[in-house]
Design a protein around this ligand. Structure first.
Ligand code: NAD
Ligand code: ZN
Length: 250
């Protein structure tokens, strides 16, 4: 048994012996679905200036902001499908090995893979919200052929229901995540640099409450030397597939 296999066995034992496990996911879990991360090699921000998803920019020039949003988030990323790592997390929930997923992602992949309890720290790009009456629409119901789109009910501007730069974290996922960090015995952190505040504080808070931290990442992150107990280095799909086998759910 090599070193990674031994660590995967150890992680599986920890997860099976724990009463409550939570997953915390970042952009890395969706890379193998074809969705690039924001930062680092191949990241979206190496190609685009992120100003178009700044909240002030959006209200100042909604047409320009929406044109770029549509290109990137709907035409390009809209076709992605969940991968094995998302599916294994859904399988863990079905087998009572996972209480919840906290995700920083906005791509809806966990729900499409079958996860039920998903707390979206930064919202979800598959929905649009009215900037006036708060009505929420699936993006499939809205015509994006003329931009920007307006609310069918009140005719005000629609915005993707994810957090733009300059916006606050929604209350529900924040309180639910803090609660999970206080109560979970194990946190499994997958594909996150741990650089995005305040989301990155959640695994640190879990650790300070006594949780064991299992981390899956191709590279070391801000978490690795600070809070991680078991570091499973590798691609999310490969590591999670091996973990799923060790947990006997695949
Ligand atoms: P990040 O983009 O800062 O970092 C990605 C992490 O994933 C890195 O640590 C990298 O080493 C790791 N990684 C890359 N490929 C991997 C693979 N195949 N398997 C395992 N790990 C892999 O991610 P972040 O910390 O989540 O922060 C980015 C922010 O941008 C988040 O707030 C998120 O909302 C947003 N974002 C979301 C999406 C999405 O919805 N899929 C995509 C890009 C960015
Ligand atoms: Zn409205």
């Amino acid at each position: 048994m090599n070193n990674l296999d031994a660590k995967i066995q150890e992680a599986a034992t920890v997860l099976m012996n724990s009463k409550s496990n939570t997953a915390f996911t970042g952009a890395g879990i969706s890379v193998e679905s074809g969705i690039p991360p924001f930062r680092g090699k191949g990241g979206l921000w190496t190609k685009y200036n992120p100003e178009f998803i700044g909240i002030d920019y959006f209200f100042k020039d909604p047409e320009k902001s929406w044109t770029r949003i549509k290109d990137i988030f709907y035409d390009f990323l809209g076709k992605a499908k969940p991968n094995l790592a998302h599916q294994i997390l859904a399988g863990m929930e079905q087998n009572n090995l996972l209480s919840a997923v906290i995700t920083q992602n906005i791509d809806n992949m966990h729900q499409e893979a079958g996860s039920v309890v998903v707390h979206e720290f930064h919202g979800n790009s598959k929905y649009l919200v009215c900037t006036d009456c708060d009505a929420r629409y699936s993006v499939r119901e809205v015509d994006l052929s003329t931009l920007p789109p307006y609310c069918p009910k009140c005719d005000h501007l629609l915005k993707p229901d994810f957090i733009f730069f300059g916006e606050a974290i929604p209350r529900e996922p924040y309180t639910a995540s803090v609660d999970l960090a206080q109560t979970s015995e194990v946190f499994i952190v997958i594909g996150s640099t741990g650089e995005v505040m305040p989301a990155c504080q959640i695994p640190v808070f879990a650790k300070s409450n006594g949780a064991t931290i299992i981390e899956v990442n191709t590279e070391k992150s801000n978490f690795t030397d600070k809070v991680t107990d078991i570091f499973l280095q590798g691609k999310a799909t490969e590591v999670m597939n091996s973990l799923g086998k060790a947990l006997q759910i695949v």
